[in-house]
Design a protein around this ligand. Structure first.
Ligand SMILES: [Zn+2]
Length: 475
């Protein structure tokens, strides 16, 4: 019973959580389109839309021949420009808020720069963000951390790979670049310095090395787009979610032709190698991907689609078999479903009736055989001892003594006494049985006690395991 009620309690409490999740998600669906909530294990992931950019197709000009590019554009009906999202992601682990990239703010014009506004639209305060991970320092990822020389996230610590910091902030870097690239590089550095300056003043700008794990996020080396470009992996159970950064800039071109690199990759060849290697790993592991430049919300999965070809399966895509599809759909249907189920758990209470098996205890009524003890009264047949009186017939012996021999038949009555005696003999064993019965009772009680003890142990065990499990899950 205890185990049953415990299980019932637990299933009801999990239903309550499920309902809570559903209500959160349904609120999201009614909210503005600038953010999107995605539950990944214990983590609430919020995709934040910074805006959308138009990239000229001619920017995709690295690593393949012009003939191949032209054929690819024709094959995919790419005419002039490609619409490219700019996304950032917020991670709420229940204890702290983290941000991966921050959007472009005003560095590229009014069509971008909505990350901060959308964080507030979700209901978070900008001052509650404690950590900002930067996949790299390009302005469309870093400008959003500051506004007019002030930190947008005043209590946050920034993290960027040491190679990235060195590349952009070392004054000698520009001298290593072709002269044609130097002016653009210098302009980019100005944006970066303006963005990070408020954080440097409060010692909140930090670098990390490969192999680092920061607030539960593992660093993945995805160099190529920039020297210190890194992605971040979040793990929940056997599932992984990777914040990809700029490994890919166009879902139309680079899944079909992953060798194709974009003009602003600092190392187009390395960027291409990283893209193929990363796509393979993500597809193999069925990882959830959150990408900065894939169509908003930029969350989905990557699948193999032939030799060196891949396919982007956005969140909620019918082709997506795994978890990403489920969070979207359960949102609405789950709510009606859940109220129904709590009703049924109530009936499981009736399983309590299995307690009626306790009625088998009535077999205890066999104890009534104790009543056979009354046969003990046959002991009264001891009175047949009176047949001893037939001894008196001895007197009639004088007259019809021969006839009286018939009376010896009366000794037959002694025969009855003979029948009675056996019953009297039976009476003893029955008494013994009764005695056994009374002795047996403590045995039964002992058995019941043992069963109840073992049940208690198993309940305690299951509670202990549950608590352990919960504790582990919480960790
Ligand atoms: Zn970018």
């Amino acid at each position: 019973m205890k185990a049953l009620s415990l299980a019932l309690l637990m299933s009801l409490s999990s239903l309550a959580f499920a309902q809570a999740d559903v209500s959160i998600q349904s609120n999201v669906s009614k909210a503005q389109s600038g953010f999107y909530n995605y539950q990944f294990g214990p983590y609430k992931i919020v995709a934040l839309q910074d805006g959308s950019n138009q990239l000229n197709r001619e920017l995709f000009n690295q690593n393949i021949s012009n003939e191949e590019r032209t054929a690819l554009f024709q094959q995919l009906n790419i005419e002039n420009t490609l619409a490219t999202s700019v996304n950032a992601f917020l991670i709420d682990d229940g204890h702290s808020l983290m941000l991966v990239d921050s959007g472009a703010a005003s560095c590229f014009g009014d069509h971008l720069g909505s990350v901060a506004k959308n964080i507030e639209a979700v209901g978070y305060k900008l001052s509650n963000i404690q950590t900002v991970f930067l996949t790299h320092l390009h302005p469309d990822h870093v400008c959003g951390i500051s506004n007019a020389g002030k930190a947008v996230f005043p209590l946050a610590t920034l993290y960027v790979h040491e190679d990235e910091s060195k590349y952009w902030l070392d004054p000698n870097t520009v001298t290593t670049l072709p002269s044609a690239s130097q002016q653009k590089f210098k302009q980019t550095v100005i944006h970066i310095q303006q963005a990070i300056e408020p954080y440097q003043k409060t010692s909140s700008f930090r670098t990390f090395k490969d192999g680092a794990v920061i607030n539960g996020l593992e660093v993945i080396n995805t160099t190529g787009h920039t020297p210190g470009h890194r992605s971040f992996k979040l793990v929940s159970g056997d599932q992984t979610l990777v914040f990809l950064g700029d490994v890919v800039h166009s879902h139309q071109l680079q899944f079909e032709q992953p060798k194709l690199s974009v003009d602003f990759d600092t190392d187009p060849v390395k960027a291409s190698e990283t893209r193929i290697k990363t796509f393979d790993a993500l597809a193999l592991n069925k990882s959830v991907v959150a990408a900065a430049h894939l169509p908003f919300p930029g969350i989905g999965q990557i699948a193999l689609n032939g030799n060196l070809k891949y396919k982007w399966m956005p969140l909620g895509s019918p082709a997506t078999p795994a978890t990403p599809a489920t969070p979207a759909t359960p949102a609405t249907p789950a709510t009606p479903a859940t109220p129904a189920t709590p009703a049924t758990p109530a009936t499981p209470a009736t399983p309590a009736t299995p307690a009626t098996p306790a009625t088998p205890a009535t077999p205890a009524t066999p104890a009534t055989p104790a009543t056979p003890a009354t046969p003990a009264t046959p002991a009264t047949p001891a009175t047949p001892a009176t047949p001893a009186t037939p001894a008196t017939p001895a007197t009639p012996a004088t007259p019809a003594t021969p006839a009286t021999p018939a009376t010896p038949a009366t000794p037959a009555t002694p025969a009855t006494s003979a029948l009675i005696n056996p019953s009297a003999e039976k009476a003893l064993p029955e008494v013994v049985e009764v005695a056994n019965g009374t002795v047996a009772e403590p045995v039964v009680n002992e058995t019941v006690k043992k069963v109840s003890e073992s049940t208690n142990i198993s309940i305690q065990e299951s509670i202990r395991k549950e608590v352990t499990h919960t504790t582990e899950a919480t960790q």
